[in-house]
Ligand binder design. Structure first.
Ligand code: ATR
Length: 281
């Protein structure tokens, strides 16, 4: 580890749990590659400590913070303002220091858009299915909604899917349907946003997946642990193009890094760092 200087910028990520985060690895690698004097550290912060942790972080002059589970919604009330995407997603994952307080951004949406674009996945005029209706599903819908011809939402709890549909329809005209897992619409692209396939749910398939994968051309999973979920394995077996969640994680981190460090990575650097991270993971 390099020596930390008194003039170094300090950034970090707040969440609970936080032990498994890859954000320090990504941000510190980006800083080193870009020659930016910054250190990025993990902070274990429980829900009851969020407000005081943010006040402390601001007092300490912490320049940028990422926020992850379970704080992405709650953190909004402690910001001095949020950007349009964060407002639409009703979630913030990046905080940038200002003298008045932290300003909130959502880079999950841009992260998924950039990951799709880099991997040649274009939603223009396509039918897109989103599995899930939690925070990640909001980000996934918003990442595709400007291009997609139609969006189909599948979720174990249909009421939550209807809430997501109603939320999006306040702003967008794209047809949105809450799909029935027993009669899936044929779609071009499937985006899996639930936790089904990881942790206690490892080895399991998400709702409607088999039927959706029978017709689609592209399958995206926001999970990256395991690297290949049963959902992506089944998609591969059916001959679909697949992408796991590491790409979304990487590009949301790049966008957060650009916001907090006030720089822009060129495409070649961005891809070279991604390849380096993939080799070292
Ligand atoms: P986040 O905001 O991080 O996306 P969330 O709001 O808890 O997390 O949403 C997680 C998603 O995974 C939801 O779509 C959830 O389905 P429900 O709305 O029915 O709860 C889905 N999910 C979680 N555990 C599941 C399980 N065992 N089977 C099916 N879906 C599950």
């Amino acid at each position: 580890m390099r020596n930390i200087q008194g003039s170094d910028r300090v950034c970090g990520v707040m969440g609970d749990p936080i032990q498994h985060t890859l954000s320090p690895f990504i941000h510190n690698t980006l800083a080193e590659a870009m020659n930016i004097p910054m250190v990025y550290v993990p902070f274990q912060v429980g829900e009851a400590q969020l407000e005081v942790a943010l006040k402390g972080a601001h007092a300490l002059g912490i320049r940028g913070l990422n926020v992850t589970m379970p704080h992405k919604k709650e953190v909004i009330r402690y910001t001095v303002g949020i950007d349009k995407k964060a407002e639409l997603a009703q979630a913030v994952n990046t905080l940038v220091y200002t003298p008045e307080g932290y300003r909130g951004y959502n880079t999950d949406i841009g992260g998924l858009s950039r990951a799709m674009a880099t991997n040649g996945i274009d939603c223009t005029g396509k039918k897109v299915a989103v599995i899930g209706s939690g925070g990640a599903a909001y980000a996934a819908c918003l990442a595709v909604i400007d291009q997609a011809q139609a969006i189909y939402i599948y979720n174990r709890t249909r009421e939550k899917a209807h809430r997501l549909k109603a939320h999006l329809e306040q702003v967008y005209k794209v047809p949105i349907t809450v799909g029935s897992p027993d009669a899936c619409e044929p779609v071009d692209i499937v985006i899996q946003t639930t936790r089904v396939g990881m942790g206690a749910l490892e080895g399991q398939m998400p709702i409607a997946a088999e039927a959706l994968l029978a017709h689609a051309k592209v399958a995206i999973d926001i999970l990256y642990k395991p690297w290949e979920t049963p959902f992506l394995k089944a998609a591969k077996a059916n001959g679909l193009q697949t992408m796991n969640g590491f790409q979304m994680l990487y590009y949301q981190a790049v966008e957060a890094f650009e916001l907090t460090q006030g720089c822009v990575l060129d495409k070649a650097t961005e891809e070279a760092i991604k390849e380096k991270l993939l080799r070292e993971l």
